[in-house]
Design a protein around this ligand. Structure first.
Ligand code: ATP
Ligand code: MG
Length: 715
């Protein structure tokens, strides 16, 4: 019965994949063809029909959200306990492993995760302490270099390291030492350390190889070197390996991902079988045709077909805007005017770069539409939230220097830069943590009397927090810590609007702690430790919070694998998307095109694409042309709803150029004005009395005029 239920909702090639035996399977298929669904049903099949123990299953998903969904769907299908199964992201799984095997991995028991922001700060500090010049050693570049090495599985002291970058290697080495000493583990380290432990400790590898008999990986096209190696090592000779992917959706090359891993899989795993899925179940025909038309412009694609039985559905709505504010207003209006059948959760607003979200967020706030931003500057990235977490981190792990320095300054305690520098020096010289350095310097009276007092108070404060949160439940621990940190009192005194929001965010943290359920079932960590790791992983991951029904805002990158009824793609402009940087190398442009394919295929039915003629980017006004990708979408699939003026200034996009607006004015029309003289109409916006026109006057130059007032004469 269960078997029928599992197979009932699948087409033939999907069934073939789900019921395949032990041989390695690679499923290659376009967007929305049911790859993730096949993976989930495969797990259900293994447990429900083949009576495989959940303990022997390891499944890698792209986000934590996907991991949770997968768990729920399998539970829903089988009505069995799936505990014991390892499902999560590469990072999440490696983290779990390291918590269990910290000793064998050579880590401190209470190691903390260093998110990319903290990592950047750490590297900056390191460069300074090595007396290097940031101009020649930009911290961002060093950070990128270190992460790339780790993603490739390369250590600073290994012979395979690139000899031409000796100076970078030195910094990498120093960075490894600092992390080691402070008990800090960055994202790349999670995987590399896990891999090395498995490779070096035969008994652990044996254990996991004989435990995980079924290894499944979603979004395989975006695995990097160390991830590939990790899977290969774990699968050994015995496990059956099942991976699914789409080379057209490989969008993390810039982070070391390599879609050639799909072809490599076929070579490395003997007797592997390739299964292709060709029917798309997600989108209307219009959306699919648009996506296929765009991606066809790329070379070197794996051969694939993708078709649908679905209806044409509505045309794609394209809207040109004057600037990003108008763009946001138009998006919000469309959201408000939607059919009541569409829930807010079913709406996604996608953009290329994180900075674009602010203006959209403001417009949403203005209309009191609840929304959530995935990825980017999320809740756990906010300064005040990190301030609170710093206190808890230093309590949990006295060696955490980053947390030590952060909490020392917030709220300000009279510990100046000089004192901090002295303590840093001392800790380096003595090879001890900053916390230990501070205590020793006090003991030996090595600080000025004022500094002595402030530092002593700070150390007492930390101990005090430690005492008062002992044996409390998690939300109480947060409450106590927030109270004793003095952060709220400090913000209250500041009384700005921002400090209100900050206080709200801090209280929200107590709520988050209250609702928190550790992902790790085994008892290897305390709830507080688990929460702190969760916060660090969450800060760059895309896990949704389950509190409220709301519009989803995210970058196109974070949207991978998801689907929504109504999708907005904002900022479709050359320079923004495709991104300026990508235009420098040919591979870059193709990667951007794949990203465009990902974005379009997130939509099930309604797709809105917009661009702006000008927008502020990094403090500068940029004027831009609509994205070249728009031109790759067949015109017949697009309904251009732009105001005449804007659209007409992009004649290649629209047939509406010759249309007149109500004032009888059209682009290129010659007009005369009583004061400015004669000129030519460049653009027209809006309707009725509010309509405005942009006119290039022969002597006065370009001006915007409101038609209701300007009394222009047509010539
Ligand atoms: P992506 O490439 O975007 O990750 P995918 O290939 O993983 O997409 P899924 O997310 O698994 O595709 O499936 C897309 C949608 O199609 C989902 O809503 C899924 O439930 C539905 N679907 C998949 N297969 C079938 C089927 N045989 N019958 C009905 N619906 C299906
Ligand atoms: Mg998928």
């Amino acid at each position: 019965m269960e078997g029928e239920q599992i197979l009932g909702q699948l087409n033939d090639p999907q069934k073939e994949a789900v019921t395949s035996g032990k041989q390695p399977i690679l499923v290659v298929a376009g967007a929305g063809s049911g790859k993730t669904r096949v993976l989930v049903h495969k797990i259900a099949w293994l447990i429900g029909v083949e009576s495989v123990s959940p303990h022997s299953i390891l499944a890698v998903t792209f986000t934590n959200k996907a991991a949770n969904e997968m768990n729920n769907r399998i539970k829903g299908m089988l009505n069995v306990d799936t505990r014991g199964m390892w499902v999560g992201t590469f990072h999440g799984l490696a983290h779990r492993f390291l918590r269990l095997h910290w000793k064998e991995a050579g880590l401190q028991q209470n190691f903390q995760i260093l998110d990319s922001d903290d990592q950047h700060r750490q590297i900056k500090r390191l460069i300074k302490s090595m007396s290097l010049d940031e101009v020649y050693y930009p911290p961002k570049e060093i950070q990128w270099y270190i992460n790339t090495q780790k993603d490739q599985g390369v250590r600073a002291n290994q012979s395979k390291i690139d000899p031409s970058r000796k100076d970078f290697t030195e910094i990498y080495k120093a960075y490894e030492n600092v992390c080691e000493q402070s008990g800090l583990v960055d994202f790349g380290e999670l995987l590399l350390r896990c891999f090395e432990t498995l490779e070096n400790k035969k008994e652990i590898l044996d254990h996991y190889q004989s435990r995980f008999r079924h290894i499944l990986v979603d979004e395989f096209q975006d695995t990097n070197e160390i991830q590939y190696q990790w899977i290969k090592l774990l699968s050994g000779n015995e496990a059956s390996t099942f991976v699914v992917g789409d080379d057209d959706q490989s969008i993390y090359k810039w982070r070391g991902a390599n879609s050639a891993n799909m072809a490599r899989f076929q070579r490395d795993y003997q007797g592997s079988r390739l299964i292709k899925l060709e029917q798309n179940y997600r989108s209307t025909k219009t959306i699919l045709d648009a996506a296929n038309a765009v991606i066809e412009n790329n070379d070197d694609r794996m051969e694939k077909k993708l078709w649908t039985e679905a209806e044409d559905g509505p045309l794609i709505k394209l809207h040109g805007n004057y600037d990003e504010y108008e763009e946001s207003r138009n998006i919000i209006e469309t959201v408000l005017a939607r059919s009541k059948k569409i829930a807010l959760d079913d709406i996604a607003i996608l953009y290329r770069s994180n900075a674009q979200s602010r203006v959209i967020e403001e417009a949403l706030l203005q209309h009191s539409i609840p929304y959530r931003v995935y990825g980017g500057f999320r809740f756990f990235d906010r300064a005040e939230v990190k301030d609170v977490l710093a206190y808890l981190r230093i309590v949990v792990n006295n060696n955490d220097n980053i947390a030590f320095e952060r909490a020392a300054n917030m709220p300000p305690k009279g510990i100046g830069a000089k004192t901090m520098g002295d303590m840093r020096e001392f800790s380096k010289k003595e090879n001890i943590s900053m916390f230990a350095a501070a205590s020793q310097m006090i003991q030996h009276s090595l600080l000025s009397s004022r500094a002595q007092k402030s530092v002593m108070e700070y150390l007492h404060q930390i101990k005090n927090i430690e005492e008062s949160i002992k044996d409390q439940d998690l939300s109480k621990q947060f409450e106590k810590c927030i109270e004793l940190s003095g952060l709220i009192g400090y913000l209250k005194k500041k009384k700005t609007e921002k400090s209100e929001t900050k206080m709200d965010n801090i209280s929200e943290l107590i709520n988050a702690a209250y609702g928190y359920r550790p992902l790790l079932e085994e008892e290897e960590v305390t709830p507080l430790e688990s929460f702190l790791s969760h916060a660090a992983l969450e800060s760059t991951d895309n896990q949704a919070s389950e509190f409220q029904e709301c519009v989803q805002l995210m970058t196109m990158h974070s949207a991978k694998g998801l689907e929504f009824n109504m999708v907005f793609i904002a900022g479709m402009e050359d320079g923004l998307f495709p991104h300026q940087r990508s235009q420098l190398d040919p591979g870059g442009l193709q990667e951007e095109r794949r990203l465009c394919y990902v974005a379009i295929t997130r939509s099930m039915e309604k797709l809105y694409i917009s661009y702006a003629g000008q927008r502020m980017l990094h403090g500068q006004t940029n004027y831009s042309q609509p994205s070249r990708f728009l031109m790759e979408i067949p015109e017949a699939l697009i309904d251009d709803t732009s105001n005449n003026g804007v659209a007409a200034s992009r004649p290649y996009l629209k047939p509406q150029v010759k249309q007149k607006n109500k004032s009888g004015m059209r682009l290129g029309q010659r007009v005369s004005h009583s004061k400015f003289g004669e000129g030519v109409v460049l653009a027209i916006e809006g309707d009725g009395d509010n309509a405005r026109a942009q006119i290039n006057f022969e002597y006065e130059g370009i001006k915007w005029l409101v038609l209701g007032y300007a009394k222009l004469k047509l010539m």
